[in-house]
Design a protein around this ligand. Structure first.
Ligand SMILES: [Zn+2]
Length: 396
């Protein structure tokens, strides 16, 4: 029944993309979400091609149509520059071989007293709860990842954590050899999770490439590759979660450098090592946790000469190639570790801005090279959205 629901949701989503595109090309008009729902769900149920849509819950199908409309909206807003963040591409069709998901809103699911989860038209499902829900959930998403594992994810409201930080502020310099260097001098090694599994991954991928596409053995080999990727991802996420939680709990202000990750991964020699590190995910985790804990997360411009400036006397000593790990300042004679010096400089940016703003860290103008992440409105939005918790449901 879960598989059928995944399938129907995928079909409705693809139908919605197709119909909207077709309608637009024919009449130059956009079909509304209600009209799409009427045609693709209510009316389609009575046709010979789509009668099976009646077997699954219509809540999941309606949500799927809404997702398709949102995908178009995001694309057009991004195109017009009305959307912050990365560019959003044209909506793509959903594939059977990718991860599958469907969402149910209130009325479509219920939490049973015996710990089971009732899903409309599917029934009671046994859940392996990873934690207690902080409040009454407003929706549930059931996910099947490529490795064939099932998850349920709830949207709940959470209270912000009121907990004073023991330390004032910290500068964080991200790298490849050492994952993070803190302005306190502490170095956190890069676990290089993918790197350690590369040999195994290569072997599995070779085995996959020798199979006949679409055969039973091909499917098995594909699953093995997916499982290894899932393990790598889980280990990395676990590492990033633990580190970000610790840093956010301990510090009132956190300063990061704004790294151009998309640009950096274009360097083919470093792409894998950079992606393996997970800088972008780390920053996203710091951002959401900072909001929840009421911390200031500052991101300084990538043009700030953090590795060139001497953190003792403030003189800029010029560019240093990446292989220079330690250097001595020509002006004051101080000896520096490259990363620690950079982290101290990153932290110093926030102090400079705090002094300028009379006690409160504030965004400087463009040339000051300091910017606050997100607008206040965006922060509020994040506060209500951050509560997405992922829980393992049951093993396949
Ligand atoms: Zn110096």
């Amino acid at each position: 029944m879960l598989a059928r629901t995944f399938g129907c949701v995928r079909v409705v989503f693809n139908d919605a993309l197709h119909l909207r595109q077709e309608e637009y090309q024919a009449n130059g008009q956009t079909i509304s979400s209600t009209e799409l729902q009427k045609r693709l769900i209510t009316q389609a149920k009575h046709t010979a091609e789509r009668w099976w849509l009646a077997d699954v819950t219509s809540i999941a199908l309606q949500q799927s149509v809404q997702d398709a409309c949102l995908a178009f909206k995001n694309f057009f807003q991004s195109l017009k520059g009305q959307r912050t963040g990365r560019k959003v591409g044209f909506p793509r069709f959903k594939r059977k071989s990718n991860a599958q998901a469907f969402r149910l809103t209130r009325g479509g699911f219920k939490l049973r007293d015996n710990g089971k989860l009732y899903l409309a038209k599917i029934g009671d499902v046994k859940v392996q709860w990873s934690r207690e829900l902080p409040s009454e959930p407003s929706s549930v998403t059931v996910i099947q990842d490529v490795a064939g594992r099932y998850f349920v994810s709830f949207v709940c409201e959470v209270e912000p954590v009121r907990q004073p930080a023991p330390t004032d502020g910290i500068g964080i310099d991200l790298g490849i050899t050492t994952f993070a260097t803190l302005s306190t001098g502490e170095k956190i090694a890069n676990p290089r999770i993918l790197q350690r599994q590369l040999k195994k991954l290569r072997r599995l991928q070779q085995s996959l490439s020798r199979k006949v596409k679409g055969s039973k053995h091909y499917q098995l080999a594909r699953k093995k590759v997916a499982r290894l990727h899932a393990r790598v991802k889980d280990t990395r996420t676990d590492f990033l979660h633990k580190l970000s939680t610790r840093l956010v709990r301990e510090n009132q202000a956190l300063v990061l450098e704004d790294l151009n990750v998309s640009g950096m991964v274009k360097n083919r020699k470093l792409a894998r090592a950079i992606s393996d590190a997970g800088w972008r995910q780390f920053r996203a985790l710091l951002e959401s946790k900072s909001i929840r804990y009421g911390r200031d997360l500052q991101v300084i411009s990538r043009w700030e000469p953090t590795s060139q400036r001497c953190s003792c006397c403030g003189q800029i000593g010029g560019k240093k190639p990446l292989k220079v790990r330690a250097w001595t300042c020509l002006y004051c004679g101080a000896e520096h570790d490259r990363d620690v010096n950079a982290a101290v400089n990153i932290k110093a940016c926030i102090e400079r801005s705090r002094n300028a703003a009379g006690g409160h860290p504030e965004a400087l103008n463009a040339r000051g090279g300091l910017q606050k992440t997100g607008k206040p409105a965006a922060a509020d939005e994040a506060r209500t959205r951050l509560e997405v918790e992922q829980l393992s449901l049951f093993a396949c």
